[in-house]
Design a protein around this ligand. Structure first.
Ligand SMILES: C[S@@+](CC[C@H](N)C(=O)[O-])C[C@H]1O[C@@H](n2cnc3c(N)ncnc32)[C@H](O)[C@@H]1O
Length: 284
């Protein structure tokens, strides 16, 4: 039986990347700072310094990816335009500009439209990559038409088309309520340890579509560890990092709880890699 392995680091991304083996990563899920000043880690002097930070982690990530790897990068639509341009200039393959409709504005806008979306860029290193298209189908919307089609099929180009039992192909507009929105009490946003946790079900979609069991998933800005849980839940290995010790500890606890909820915790092997933390951990 394969025991999924995970490694957690608590480093600046530059030091983290120097520890990652070249061409070892199957899937990277990168949710970096956006320069929206939502926390200290999200503050930059200006747009130029934000871009040089962004281009730097991209340059460090690229050699770590396998030639068959995929990666997803979050950001605002404005920043994503620069990031897309940079990734294309590096010879990476653009696949999708995914609009995450999060039903929860970043802030109030009185002189323009409120930003309800974030961008997720889906890129691959080459044209040869994993995409488990049937695993991420979504429910059909037009139910009466689909009921009719199930019985008799719909005539299309001279052939009868029958709906897929698992739903329609997944599109590039994703509706997932933000964690902030989901956890509101009486309409009020609750204080959480991390200010921008991503919805687990959304990250799971990326893991399921773009990797296979035992593949290695990387997240160099893992925050509350959503990508770690998504990877381990679907039996992928995981290597993650955040420069903030409290987030790394939070992720560790989240992983422990996840394994405890599964048959008493015997599913993962932990590789301890936290230079600033002296306590040691037993492997499962
Ligand atoms: C947008 S959050 C990630 C949230 C995460 N996806 C989640 O679901 O919780 C970005 C994270 O990057 C980390 N970070 C910012 N600058 C960093 C750096 N130079 N090196 C490593 N981590 C950094 C922050 O501490 C923060 O937790």
């Amino acid at each position: 039986m394969h025991l999924n392995k995970y490694q957690l680091f608590c480093l600046d991304y530059k030091d983290f990347f120097s520890k990652v083996e070249e061409a070892s990563i199957d899937l990277a899920i990168i949710d970096p700072p956006y320069n929206l000043k939502v926390a200290d880690w999200d503050k930059f002097k200006n747009h130029e310094s934000f871009l040089s930070f962004t281009y730097d982690w991209i340059d460090m990530l690229i050699p770590k990816l396998k030639t068959t790897a995929s990666f997803y990068v979050f950001n605002t639509p404005f920043n994503a335009a620069y990031i897309l341009n940079y990734l294309v200039s590096k010879g990476l393959r653009f696949q999708n500009w995914i609009v995450w409709d999060k039903r929860d504005g970043f802030n109030y806008a009185k002189k323009k439209y409120v930003a309800w979306q974030e961008t997720i860029l889906f890129f691959t290193v080459s044209d040869k990559y994993t995409f488990n298209v049937d695993s991420v189908r979504v429910p059909y919307e037009s139910t009466s038409r689909i009921e009719h089609a199930k019985k008799k099929g719909i005539l299309k180009d001279g052939k009868r088309w029958y709906p897929n039992e698992n739903g329609k192909l997944c599109g590039d507009i994703w509706n997932f309520s933000s964690e902030r929105h989901k956890t509101k009490v009486n309409g009020k946003t609750q204080k959480t340890l991390h200010v921008t946790p991503k919805p687990l079900d959304m990250i799971e979609r990326m893991v399921i579509a773009s990797s296979n069991q035992q593949d290695l998933v990387l997240d160099c800005f893992m925050g509350s560890g959503t990508s770690a849980i998504a990877a381990l839940k679907h039996k992928r290995d995981f290597i993650g990092n955040d420069k903030d010790e409290s987030f790394v500890n939070y992720t560790k606890n989240r992983i422990d709880q996840f394994y405890e909820s599964l048959h008493g915790g015997k599913h993962g092997t932990r590789v301890k890699q936290l230079p600033e933390m002296q306590e040691s951990f037993n492997s499962y």
